[in-house]
Structures are given as structure tokens and as C-alpha cells.
Design a protein around this ligand. Sequence first.
Ligand code: ATP
Length: 134
Amino acid sequence: MKVVKVHVVTPDGPVLEEDVEMVIAKAQSGELGILPGHIPMVAPLQIGVVRLKKGTDTELVAVSGGFLEVRPEKVTILAQAAEVASDIDVLRAKAAKERAEQRLRAQKSDVDFRRAEMSLQRAINRLNVTNKHF
Ligand code: ATP
């Protein structure tokens, strides 16, 4: 099976470096499935789950936006924050979700609203990766 190298990088350093058969990511324009040998491209990402396929395994990574750079032999995801499932602190994500929901209910200003919305998305995304919503 052909593989492509995937690197997930944040300002804190590399999060993951692996050979995978397919990368599925949520670009701003919609979901992208990247196979080995894909034509070069750059795409902005949404806050979302990146799926890394290897045989019957799928590894999930919570990515908080950023960019996807595709070259035929390498996919780089450059994000402000990214976590593999085992690194996610579920209680912290639940607390962040609660805080964001409270701020959204208070609706103080547009700026607060947008910020709380993004924070809520990041928290839900992390919980999606761990599969522990409640
Ligand atoms: P919080 O309010 O809990 O800090 P946040 O969404 O504001 O959440 P970010 O600014 O996206 O946090 O991330 C800051 C750093 O903390 C990043 O390195 C990110 O990977 C890490 N991080 C954030 N939430 C979690 C979590 N639930 N589990 C593990 N790491 C986390």
C-alpha cells in the first residue's frame, strides 16, 4: 500500500509524524481526502477532526484551524493547536465548553461572541476526538 508522510506541527512543536494511507481534513471549502501522490496544494482548515487512515485503523487528531500543505510525498498540517486523542484532557475540554456556553448566553458584545464561539468549537472538537461528550 502506498503511503504519504504526515506532519502535524504547532507553535509548541511537532504533535505527530507518521506514514499513512490517507489524510482526511476539513478545509474551509469542505472535506478533503488526500492520497499519496496528490497534486501540491495549500488550503486553510476549519476547526475539525483530521482522520489518518492506516489499514483498518483510523487515528483522530483535533486540529484548531490552520493550514494544510500538500506535496506528493508529504502532507503538513500547521495549526495553532492540535492534539491526538490520548493527549486530550476531557475535563479541561468540558470546562472550556461550559465557559464558552455561559459567555454565549450572556452575549456581551460581538467580539466576545465570536471568541466564545471559536472556543466552543475547539472544545466540542476535542470532545469529538475523545468521543466523551457527557
Ligand atoms: P482552554 O480554555 O482550556 O485553554 P482553549 O481552546 O482556549 O482551551 P487553546 O488556546 O486552543 O485552548 O490551546 C492552548 C494549548 O492548550 C494548546 O497547546 C492546546 O493543545 C492545549 N489544550 C487546550 N485544551 C486542551 C485539552 N482539553 N486537552 C489537552 N490540551 C489542550
